[in-house]
Design a protein around this ligand. Structure first.
Ligand code: HEM
Length: 508
């Protein structure tokens, strides 16, 4: 009787979640531990069977693994042994299925079908849940349709020959300072660490200008790295979590960019010279006849800049690391880059787009680095409607599709001997950039095609040229260090350790 009274009092006092929890505890406490455990096993087994049933319905006749672990699916294989996961998946054919975190996933290896996915209107870029919370829906990868087209058009003046030429001195100056510093310190370098910092400094320099005080540029870098950590963490937004820290870092970046943009608006209105990508954008806006002018809000500039940083930082760092790695392991190729530079430039005069365009071999090497080690090996998409891809493969709405850039670059029947690092494939005779154009997917395809492609290639070329002509280096291999890992772009597992010394190759 007393027990009944207590329960009734508790029922009156508790409310909402608290009440439900109390009821649950009261209900469970009626059973023995053994009975509870059996209950849990039965519930989990039922969910697993239900998942298996749903997957069987969705996969139809699409080939794929004979067994996928319930709940997590192939998540751990994809994270910890990505390339063996890739190899297994490739063996199933052009389109195969798998499951990750109970999400039905299609893995596409065929270059043509990959292009089709990139171009498919009803398949949207699927970035991490954290990315959307951090960058917000105002970031360009999340914008679609007419608004997206309009924004892409607005961004074109930032990537013209004139614009790219104006970024070159910034790219060259900062890359040179960093390389000189590595040489001066005389210590072995970990390429992944030093290239990450070099690249951040170059990108910030290009976006906000060298005239922005160095402390502010360093604060941008610090907050960007905090923000970057949030992209791949658990999507839990609570005080102290990585995601919350990343969101706070974005808020700080918005404040910093607001000050820089206001400053740029004043300087450009006063007719001062452009010093950065922001200046160019503001100047173009001010020079546009009023009737053709799109609105240019601070928000548009800020969220585009955040997207640029997000899209470029890890990808470019990956390419610079592979530049150090591949050149150390292909001394014949590096020697030809040096010979070409010396023949073309005689002294270490500042680089310009004209001489860079004449440096055919150096550009071929850059293209081959990007083909052989594409930083983003796959770009996840999700279809918002039922679609059909490839040879009549039905893809139910809500499927995650993984177009594999890696597989397209190494596909049989595409590039010749794809497993060889061979810049000559892009020479005037072989022209694989034309004959195998459909396989070259490093910058994606379709409406979200990488807008920073030329800027990125210039950055890799400037880095390769400066490093090749001012230093020599050896790759200090470590056991297993060359294994490729996701981070989320690809890197050698040990980050590539190298011993570097200064050497002026213009004088050799
Ligand atoms: C080696 C360096 C880079 C690689 C490999 C790379 C690769 C890619 C890829 C694969 C995509 C998705 C394309 C698609 O869905 O079709 C993309 C999109 C994008 N990239 Fe890059 N990227 C690089 C550097 C840069 C740089 C330096 C910028 C700076 C401006 C940049 C800005 C963007 C933007 C803004 C998007 C999204 C475009 C949109 O949504 O319309 N990327 N990139």
């Amino acid at each position: 009787k007393v027990n009944t009274q207590t329960t009734q009092t508790a029922q009156v006092k508790c409310s909402g979640l608290q009440c439900t929890t109390q009821k649950l505890i009261a209900a469970v406490s009626k059973f023995t531990l053994k009975q509870v455990l059996i209950g849990v096993v039965v519930v989990l087994a039922t969910i697993a069977l239900q998942q298996q049933y749903t997957i069987n319905q969705k996969k139809g006749s699409i080939p794929g693994p004979s067994f996928v672990p319930p709940f997590f699916g192939m998540l751990f294989q994809l994270i910890f042994t990505p390339f063996s996961f890739y190899e297994k998946q490739e063996k199933y054919g052009a389109v195969s299925w798998t499951s990750i975190l109970n999400k039905f996933v299609l893995f596409v290896t065929d270059a043509e079908i990959n292009r089709q996915v990139f171009k498919e209107e009803n398949a949207k870029l699927f970035l991490s849940l954290g990315a959307k919370k951090i960058l917000t829906e105002k970031a360009i990868p999340f914008i679609e349709g007419a608004a997206h087209k309009q924004l892409r058009k607005q961004l074109l003046p930032l990537f013209t020959i004139r614009a790219l030429s104006s970024y070159l001195p910034i790219q060259e100056k900062i890359a040179t300072e960093h390389i000189n510093q590595w040489i001066k310190e005389g210590k072995d370098i970990n390429a992944r660490n030093v290239c990450r910092d070099l690249n951040m400094a170059v990108s910030t320099g290009v976006f906000v200008g060298n005239n922005t005080p160095v402390e502010i540029r360093e604060e941008i870098a610090k907050n960007f790295f905090l923000m970057n950590e949030g992209f791949l963490c658990l999507p839990i937004d609570l005080p102290g979590t990585t995601l919350r820290k990343a969101i706070n870092a974005r808020v700080r970046l918005v404040e910093l960019f607001t000050i820089i943009i206001e400053n740029s608006r004043k300087r450009m209105s006063a007719g001062e010279e452009c010093q950065s990508l922001i200046d160019l954008w503001v100047e173009h806006f001010l020079n546009c006849p009023e009737e053709e002018r799109d609105e240019l809000s601070n928000d548009t500039i800020i969220f585009t800049l955040l997207s640029f940083m997000f899209a470029s930082q890890d990808a470019l760092t990956s390419s610079l690391v592979w530049t150090i790695h591949l050149m150390a392991n292909h001394p014949d190729v590096l020697a030809r880059v040096r010979a070409e530079q010396k023949a073309l430039r005689k002294t270490d005069e500042p680089l310009n787009l004209d001489t860079m365009r004449q440096a055919n071999y150096t550009r071929m090497v850059v293209n081959e680095i990007l083909r052989f080690r594409p930083p983003a090996v796959m770009v996840p998409h999700e279809n918002i409607e039922d679609i059909v891809i490839g040879d009549n493969v039905f893809v139910p709405k809500g499927t995650m599709i993984l177009p594999s850039i890696w597989s397209s670059h190494f596909q049989e029947g595409g590039f010749k001997n794809p497993q060889n690092f061979d810049p000559e494939r892009f020479n005037a005779e072989r022209k694989e950039e034309i004959t195998c154009a459909k396989n070259y997917l490093v910058f994606g395809a379709g409406p979200h095609f990488c807008i920073g492609k030329e800027l990125a290639k210039n950055q890799i070329e400037v880095f390769l040229t400066k490093l090749a002509m001012s230093a020599e280096w050896e790759h200090n291999k470590t056991p297993g260090g060359d294994e490729i890992i996701f981070g989320p772009t690809i890197f050698p597992k040990d980050g590539c350790n190298a011993s570097i010394r200064g050497k002026d190759y213009f004088k050799c």
